[in-house]
Design a protein around this ligand. Structure first.
Ligand SMILES: NC(=O)C1=CN([C@@H]2O[C@H](COP(=O)(O)OP(=O)(O)OC[C@H]3O[C@@H](n4cnc5c(N)ncnc54)[C@H](O)[C@@H]3O)[C@@H](O)[C@H]2O)[C@@H](O)CC1
Ligand SMILES: [K+]
Length: 551
């Protein structure tokens, strides 16, 4: 699994390498610039044939320094290159200044403003090397205007211009994936696009991807993402073996990759208990899903179906007595038990229930709160690992919105909360909304997990999973794995059931690893089915996904 770095971690890697004398800053800059040129030419081979025009926009830091290297290398290859600089050359940091001087030996540097940039012939490459990981405040207006994708209209046939971002599209915060503005931060596509909308066709970053490439607006702005090795040692990415618990304080991509190779089958087999077992259905675990009252059982049934399809040996739907007939008409392989308000839970769910799923369709009520409390009190003994897994979603979370601490007092390490943004905000108001202008989604979910003392999975195109120790993963439905049709009623209920079903076999991986795999399979099922998907299709698609992935 690839490690996602914060900008501080990236700076630390660079600092260590330079201070140990392994490399100089100038070497790194040269390799970065060379890496961008090589990647661009490999991406669009037609550009290698014959020299063309390039426009390179440089900023006041080392990102600008990379830009000067790129300009020089293209010039050496016979390209006609125009370079514009934002800022005073005298203020450039040392390595960037060296490369500014090398460029300036033979060519001039123009100022970076709309008038001067958009005058002149249409470039084949529009290269944004204005700001990288050093962006610390909103883009200056003139830079925002020049980088706004709308500016391309200044040239005829502007669709032919390839927009390249060096490290990131300038304006993107590489820790949060947000665009800092004077009013806070923009985090959602289509909400209020700022005047700084700067989208690239291709983003080339260095050493390892950063959090902001995968969070929030990152994937929308970056286009395609490529990572160039610039010879920095200490890369932690190799240490992220699939199926192993995360290192605390590190963030990884939930993906079937190890040492650059696809290891999907290995991941599935290491995270899922069932493929490694023979024997009785109880070995495969028993999931109990609570469903809502009359006319409200659909969400619970969807979760139950996903649990059964994903590997649980048995699944029981538990519903109020009045909803028994309705559920009986809909369920066959899934068992059904009615639970009266005054009846003990043990009447319908014995000690062999290895995973509970509560929330979908249950309703926000005292009754839901009481049932959640009862399930959370069911502990097996001294060893946390013997406790049943408890997946709390939807109304199981909503029922504690008035007093989240009451929930957190009972949650334990075998519990996972699976909120969407709205539910997360109700449980963790101080980690949502305006507070997130400065805090990445990863940090917010880490803090939430620490507070709740359990795993938290915050859903989205960038799903973030964190444990109380600080380990975190991002599952990204982006960069070729988009599944916008997954935003459909009931899809979240399916995910909750999927987690319960995958976690149910006694030899399944840790709950954290199961949650990563569930997020991945959920998107795979949606992608395999394609547009037109409704939540019912997701569990039915799972066997085909398992087969395709070589299980
Ligand atoms: N860290 C590394 O290991 C490497 C970094 N390299 C490049 O260096 C970049 C980082 O360089 P820097 O740390 O110099 O940062 P940047 O070049 O991203 O920007 C820093 C400069 O911009 C100014 N600034 C920040 N936000 C501003 C704003 N909104 N308006 C006006 N000025 C603003 C800062 O005061 C500073 O002068 C990376 O993104 C990458 O492109 C590469 O050369 C290769 C190696
Ligand atoms: K940039």
């Amino acid at each position: 699994m690839t490690e996602l770095l914060s900008s501080d971690q990236m700076r630390a890697f660079e600092k260590v390498a330079i201070s140990q004398g392994a490399v100089t800053g100038l070497d790194l800059m040269e390799r970065a610039g060379q890496g961008v040129v090589d990647t661009v030419l490999a991406h669009w081979p037609a550009l290698s044939k014959g020299a063309q025009e390039a426009l390179v926009l440089c900023g006041p830091g080392n990102n600008g320094g990379d830009g000067f290297v790129i300009a020089r290398l293209l010039r050496d290859a016979g390209w006609a290159v125009r370079v514009h600089l934002w800022g005073d050359p005298a203020d450039l940091p040392p390595d960037a200044k060296v490369n500014f001087d090398r460029w300036s030996e033979a060519d001039k540097v123009l100022s970076l403003d709309p008038e001067s940039v958009f005058t002149g012939p249409r470039p084949a490459l529009f290269i944004d090397a204005v700001f990288g990981i050093g962006l610390s405040r909103p883009l200056p207006d003139a830079v925002a205007q020049v980088l706004n994708v709308a500016g391309m209209k200044a040239w005829k046939s502007s669709h032919e211009i390839k927009r390249i971002a060096v490290d990131c599209p300038s304006g993107l915060d590489l820790d949060t994936g947000l665009i800092p503005t004077d009013m806070g931060a923009v985090e959602k596509a289509g909400s209020a696009w700022p005047a700084t909308l700067n989208t690239a066709h291709l983003t080339v970053t260095f050493h390892a991807p950063k959090l902001g490439h995968y969070l929030a607006l990152g994937p929308t702005l970056c286009g395609e993402l490529r990572v160039v090795d610039i010879g920095l040692r200490g890369a932690a990415r190799e240490q992220h073996m699939v199926g192993h618990d995360p290192d605390p304080q590190r963030v990884r991509l939930a993906e079937p990759k190890f040492c650059g190779r696809h290891v999907t089958r290995l991941w599935l087999r290491s995270a899922m208990g069932k493929p490694n077992l023979t024997g009785h259905k109880f070995n495969f675990g028993h999931v109990a899903v609570f469903a809502g009252g009359v006319g409200r059982g659909g969400a619970g049934r969807l979760a139950a179906r996903a649990a059964l399809r994903s590997g649980a040996g048995l699944v029981t739907v538990i519903c109020p007595p009045a909803a028994l007939i309705e559920n009986a008409c809909q369920l066959n392989a899934i068992m059904l038990r009615a639970l009266k308000p005054d009846q003990p839970l043990s009447d319908v769910a014995d000690h062999r229930v290895s995973a509970f799923c509560l929330g979908p369709g249950m309703g926000v009520s005292d009754r839901t709160r009481a049932l959640v409390g009862e399930v959370l009190e069911r502990r097996a003994g001294d060893h946390d690992l013997d406790d049943p897994v408890v997946v709390l979603d939807a109304d199981a979370l909503g029922s504690f919105a008035q007093d989240p601490q009451r929930l957190f007092d009972r949650t334990h390490p075998r519990v996972i909360l699976t909120p969407h943004e709205g539910e997360f905000e109700r449980l963790f108001p101080d980690l949502s909304g305006a507070a997130r202008a400065k805090m990445s989604k990863v940090d917010a979910v880490r803090r939430a997990a620490a507070r709740a003392g359990c795993i938290v999975l915050l859903k989205g195109g960038d799903t973030v999973i964190a444990d109380p120790q600080g380990g975190a993963a991002v599952h990204a439905a982006s960069y070729g794995r988009e599944a916008p049709w997954l935003a459909t009623a009931g899809a979240g209920d399916v995910l909750a059931g999927l987690i319960a079903g995958l976690a149910a076999p006694f030899n399944s991986a840790s709950l954290f690893c199961v949650a990563e795999l569930a997020a991945y399979l959920h998107v795979e099922a949606a992608r395999r089915f394609g547009p037109g998907l409704i939540a019912e299709d997701l569990p039915e698609e799972l066997p085909k996904v398992f087969r395709d992935l070589g299980l």
